[in-house]
Write a protein that binds this ligand. Structure first.
Ligand code: AHM
Length: 335
């Protein structure tokens, strides 16, 4: 028996996919590789974040006399930078920027895709060493090539995404992305500095044990949502329970765990914030796409999240996503 085990890197994987589809231009593969490159740079800084306490707070001057940039600003600059210098992306909508960033050089004006992203989600968790992540969503532009992209290209319902993914900076760093061909996960091998295919063709279990919600604001949720949460707590062994409550407060980490193990994630609206906290374009649409491609479901409590027609860039929405069976239980409570 041979000991040789072929490890496929992200670059090799995207090229392999291209070989399977000879009509593909390679532009989307290139864009995903660009995102992988920026992720590696961000990973280096995230891993150093603990040192910031020693070397100086973000926003202050470190011992080398350099400005210590906030990590989310650093991440934003890295992702926007690689996409600007690549050849596949015509513009970016970022949680960190008020307006869309339009790349108006000749090459970019002829690019097919726009990217929406949250460069560093859960960043309030950095100083306590909790996993954080990057979330991204890719759309084909709807305006004609050859001119700068407009808001219309970014405000498309999530069902038109061509790819979506996330990077989790955790005990290991992973990039997971979905296209219409499925969901694949790549773990960063620090010894070679490459993302390697570790989780091919991810399918989320139809039922899981985890329900993830902020219990601290339980009494602000609508009655039907509270009923569902109560139902999770009362799940008997015969009915597939008991469920376990797991909530990190870092969306990428919570949804990554539930994607792999099975579970449901909820960020409902509250009396004070009827649209909840999470952003439709940067957080909910990409996870809605990933979950659906992995066999799960995602909604805003009333309709499939991917059907929602966005009206503004930084729009917030209630969000429920996870294993198909658990989402259907939730839907029956919300009816
Ligand atoms: P942040 O980027 O300011 O930390 O906020 C985003 C995070 C999500 O990752 C997470 O799901 C949510 O906020 C948790 O919010 P809450 O603490 O209200 O439960």
């Amino acid at each position: 028996m041979s000991n040789y085990r072929k490890v496929m890197t992200l670059d090799e994987f995207t090229i392999q996919e291209l070989r399977n589809f000879p009509t593909a231009t390679g532009a989307l593969s290139g864009l995903l590789r660009d995102i992988g490159l920026a992720a590696k740079r961000v990973n280096v800084e995230v891993n150093k974040a603990g040192l910031v306490d020693i070397l100086g707070d973000y926003g202050s001057i470190n011992v080398q006399g350099e400005d210590v940039k906030k990590l989310d600003i650093f991440a934003n600059n890295q992702f926007v930078g690689v996409l600007r210098h690549g050849i596949s992306c015509a513009g970016v909508g970022s949680e960190e920027n008020d307006d869309i960033i339009v790349f108006d050089d000749e090459l970019s004006k002829n690019a097919s895709y726009v990217v929406l992203m949250d460069p560093l989600d859960g960043s309030s968790n950095i100083d306590v060493n909790v996993s954080i992540g990057t979330i991204f969503s890719v759309f084909r532009r709807v305006t004609p090539k050859g001119q700068p992209v407009t808001m219309e290209d970014f405000l498309q319902p999530g069902k038109f995404q061509v790819a979506a993914g996330y990077i989790i900076y955790g005990s290991s760093t992973m990039m997971v992305y979905a296209t219409k061909r499925g969901v694949n996960g790549f773990t960063l091998d620090p010894s070679i500095g490459e993302f390697c295919l570790s989780h091919p063709d991810i399918k989320t279990p139809e039922f899981g044990k985890f329900y993830s919600v902020n219990h601290g604001i339980f009494f602000q949720y609508a009655e039907k949502v509270r009923n569902y949460i109560n139902r999770c707590q009362q799940k008997t062994k015969e009915a597939g329970g008991p469920y376990t409550q797991r909530y990190i407060g870092s969306m990428v980490a919570d949804l990554h765990r539930n994607l792999i193990k099975g579970g449901i994630f909820m960020y409902p609206g509250t009396g004070e914030k009827p649209n909840g906290k999470l952003r439709l374009l940067y957080e909910c649409n990409p996870f809605g796409f990933i979950l659906e491609k992995a066999g799960g479901k995602a909604s805003n409590g009333e309709e499939r999240i991917l059907e929602v027609k966005p009206t503004e860039l930084h729009q917030r929405t209630p969000f429920f996503a996870g294993s198909k069976g658990m989402m259907e239980e939730l839907e029956s409570c919300l009816e």
